[in-house]
Design a protein around this ligand. Structure first.
Ligand SMILES: CCCCCC(=O)SCCNC(=O)CCNC(=O)[C@H](O)C(C)(C)COP(=O)(O)OP(=O)(O)OC[C@H]1O[C@@H](n2cnc3c(N)ncnc32)[C@H](O)[C@@H]1OP(=O)(O)O
Length: 434
């Protein structure tokens, strides 16, 4: 089967023994046996891959499709033990994004620096993560999957290359690496073809959660059985990752006071910003080569149109990540005064779904700096114009590296000091990994 992942929308044009699918972008035509189709819905999922498994969707009304999904409730397992265990290799997928061999798809991926837009890669990773989970949970006997699989967390994405070339093929690989009761950890890798060899670009770990067909409650997923000492290690790492996440969230500065060492850091910054000419706690002065945190803010607004919805009639997680990343990049760019490169994305928690039609408010700022590194935090919330309620949907943490050393960011208020410490913690976690 042709391998390509370029958000090519598939349309079914014949439904006899085999389905023939055309992509919305030129050139690609596929034939798939009906037995390989795991779900049918609206045109959304957009790739063909090495495994003969495709998730694709017919053009039709979304609401009607959601109504029809209700009938799938009967296919849900009552307990996890009723589901057959899977091996890591059962969900392993390899997908090619043919930027080198199909120049017509480059435009969508291209940025002004003639490299690949990282926001597009975030979208593809999200789509692939979901597809891997559907592969893990696929039941041969079921014509459609009863599961709604959503992205709960981007645990981390670490990049080992600064530039992604727009004219070389990209390969994504990945499989489920750990399974809980209703959640699955997925590890993905991205490689790029140079001189006949694929070399690593990034490693990503996502956590996906299975929900019932209407995305209203949790649903069990197949257990995962490691088959070798290497797989045992990957699985155990998944278990450790879960515990680490719990520790990190327990020690959150929203729940607990900073440590003694952190309190000293904040007090030193405070003392360093006092105007020595006046004997006052209120008279503050910016130290040389520094920027007040409040002056690093940029905001954006996104109207969440139906075009960006996923099959569950909610806004596609990859789209939210792309928008937040692009705001984060703009913040790092204007802060550092030169082109920033993304080094790491970590701990993006999808706290609640974003409904179609929402007003999505994005607001970001530099929250920590060290040498050439800029730690950016983007907060997104939906605003209900009727009730005037705001609800946080995501918090994104991006680490950028700038070409030159950057000024120090300085918090002024207590709230900003907590953002500074949170940014410092995230930065330390990233530095440990890369
Ligand atoms: C096909 C197209 C889809 C493409 C993908 C998308 O666009 S998705 C769109 C973007 N994503 C979203 O809209 C999701 C928004 N968030 C949510 O709906 C919800 O927060 C959620 C369903 C993820 C979690 O809700 P709850 O916390 O109430 O769920 P519940 O308590 O039942 O937990 C379910 C399982 O998720 C795990 N879990 C929950 N939050 C987690 C987190 N931040 N990190 C790791 N794991 C988490 C729990 O341990 C549990 O696993 P165990 O049971 O194993 O112990």
């Amino acid at each position: 089967m042709v391998a390509s992942l370029s958000r090519l929308v598939l349309f079914v044009v014949s439904a006899n023994q085999h389905y023939t699918c055309f992509t919305s972008e030129r050139g690609c035509k596929l034939t798939v046996s009906p037995s390989k189709i795991v779900a049918v819905g609206r045109p959304w999922l957009e790739f063909c891959c090495h495994t003969p498994l495709l998730v694709f969707f017919l053009t039709r009304d979304h609401v009607q499709a959601m109504q029809e999904r209700k009938a799938l409730h009967t296919l849900l397992a009552k307990q996890q033990e009723d589901l057959p265990p899977r091996r890591m290799k059962d969900s392993y997928l390899e997908v090619i994004l043919p930027l080198g061999s199909q120049p017509e798809i480059r435009e969508k991926y291209l940025n002004v620096h003639n490299s690949v837009r990282f926001g597009r890669i975030l979208e593809d990773l999200d789509s692939l993560g979901v597809l891997i989970c559907y592969t893990h949970t696929k039941q041969e006997m079921q014509p459609k999957s009863p599961l709604s699989i959503v992205t709960a967390l981007v645990d981390k994405i670490n990049l080992c290359k600064r530039i992604i070339y727009p004219d070389c093929d990209i390969k994504f690989t990945g499989s489920v690496s750990w399974v809980g009761k209703t959640s699955m950890e997925v590890k993905m890798h991205m490689l790029q073809l140079h001189d006949g060899d694929y070399s690593p670009v990034l490693d990503a770990t996502f956590v996906m959660v299975a929900r019932d067909p209407e995305n209203k409650g949790p649903a069990f997923v197949n257990p995962l059985v490691p088959e070798s000492p290497e797989e045992e290690e990957i699985f155990n790492q998944g278990e450790l990752n879960k515990l680490k996440r719990i520790d990190f969230s327990t020690a959150s500065l929203l729940k607990m006071a900073p440590t003694a060492e952190e309190r000293n850091i904040i007090h030193d910054i405070f003392l360093n910003t006092l105007d020595t000419r006046t004997v006052s706690f209120r008279s503050r002065k910016l130290p040389p080569n520094s920027v007040w945190m409040e002056d690093t803010k940029l905001k954006g607004l996104q109207i969440c149109h139906p075009q960006e919805r996923n099959i569950f009639n909610r806004i596609f997680g990859g789209f939210l990540m792309r928008k937040a990343f692009e705001l984060g990049w703009a913040i790092a760019c204007s802060y550092g005064g030169s082109r920033p490169f993304i080094v790491s994305v970590d701990d993006i928690m999808f706290q609640r779904p974003v409904e179609v039609g929402s007003l999505l408010l994005l607001s970001g700022q530099v929250c920590y700096t060290e040498k050439n590194y800029i730690q950016v935090r983007v907060h997104t919330e939906v605003y209900d114009a009727d009730t005037r309620d705001h609800h946080t949907t995501n918090i994104f943490h991006f680490t950028f590296i700038s070409e030159n050393e950057v000024p120090r960011v300085v918090p002024k208020t207590y709230g900003e000091s907590m953002l500074y410490l949170d940014g410092k913690r995230h930065f330390a976690a990233v530095m440990k990994e890369i």
